[in-house]
Write a new protein. Structure first.
Length: 110
């Protein structure tokens, strides 16, 4: 018997509801990932003094994005498309950062 098991361990994914948004909005957010600098852009987007830990700002980002999405659906005059795209970029980047920062579970040797 070997000390290694045949189980493959993956990092846990955040448990969140799926985002159902227009393809154009998602495509814009994916394209924006290339220019995203977490320490610069997240601090500015959140209007914060410092950059939070990876994944800790997700609930705030999702809540603000939900408000903007409701404005988009209702065709409200105060809807800000640029901020909506920035929030989507931040959500995708933070989800990726949270998964990357999650520690891998330890495997006990048998």
């Amino acid at each position: 018997m070997t000390a290694f098991s045949n189980v493959i361990i993956f990092r846990p994914r955040p448990v969140n509801h799926g985002l159902r948004r227009p393809c154009t909005l998602i495509r814009a957010a994916r394209e924006g990932q290339r220019g995203w600098k977490r320490e610069r852009d997240l601090v500015q987007l959140l209007r914060a003094d410092r950059c939070p830990a990876p994944g800790s700002a997700l609930s705030r980002l999702r809540a603000e994005e939900e408000i903007l999405n409701d404005q988009r659906v209702c065709r409200a005059a105060e809807y800000n498309l640029q901020r909506h795209v920035l929030l989507m970029i931040a959500i995708l980047a933070e989800m990726r950062a949270a998964v990357a920062a999650a520690p891998l579970p330890m495997i006990a040797a048998e």
